[in-house]
Design a binder for this molecule. Structure first.
Ligand SMILES: [Zn+2]
Length: 225
């Protein structure tokens, strides 16, 4: 199988049980971001198959974790020739360039990474269902014959709703860099105040202003350590 992205990427959330904003649930796929943090990023077919389902009319935007419907955002599903279903979620508005019943071949462009649906930042949710319809861990498929390397992050990627010592570390660096957290300070909890400060930091440092602390933002914050 090929990689679902056309350039090197990092895994920001693995398959399995996870806790987001205090709620533990099963994550049926893996979340991927480009290693260089730059967008737009093209999403490509991982193997040959036929498109079975598509949603493409949702507007761009961070719709958050409380979405009750359209959680997958703009999405595309296709069935591989051996009966597996490949699912891509959260694509950018109007970016999907294949239609239902269309044949796709490994490497064909499907659309562009986005943040529609139940999502707090630009990423690809990549999911594989076996012929029985059950989700399987995409990681081994990603590693097998992967066109591009999987790069494990050295610093965790942080987003709104996360808690812990890495958040506190990021908040302390934001404060040192001169960005205020007047209400909560460095409390180890990534909420709206931290999001506002992080976006201001990203704007000031000419980074992608996505409110997510990824490799490039960590690199810029590191200068204030
Ligand atoms: Zn996901």
């Amino acid at each position: 199988m090929k990689s679902p992205l056309d350039k090197a990427h990092v895994i920001t959330s693995k398959f399995g049980m996870r806790t987001l904003a205090g709620v533990t649930s099963m994550h049926n796929g893996i979340d991927l971001c480009p290693q260089d943090g730059k967008h737009p990023t093209d999403i490509v077919a991982v193997c040959d198959g036929t498109v079975t389902y598509k949603v493409s009319n949702l507007p761009d935007g961070h719709t958050g974790l409380n979405v009750s419907n359209n959680a997958a955002g703009n999405c595309i599903y296709y069935k591989t020739d051996d009966g597996y279903r490949i699912q891509y979620h959260h694509l950018k508005a109007d970016s999907i360039c294949v239609n239902v019943n269309q044949r796709v071949q490994a490497g064909d462009k499907i659309g562009v990474m986005g943040t529609t649906g139940k999502s707090t930042g630009v990423h690809l949710h990549y999911e594989i269902r076996n012929p029985a319809g059950n989700p399987v861990d995409p990681l081994p498929y990603l590693d097998n014959g992967l066109a591009l390397p999987v790069v494990q992050r050295s610093k965790p990627i942080l987003r709104n709703g996360n808690k812990g010592s890495d958040i506190k570390n990021m908040q302390e660096l934001l404060l040192k860099a001169g960005f205020q957290l007047p209400r909560w300070g460095a409390d180890g909890s990534f909420g709206e105040e931290t999001l506002t400060a992080l976006r201001a930091f990203q704007t000031a440092h000419k980074l992608v202003v996505d409110g997510i602390c990824g490799p490039l933002t960590w690199g810029a914050l590191g200068k204030f350590a």
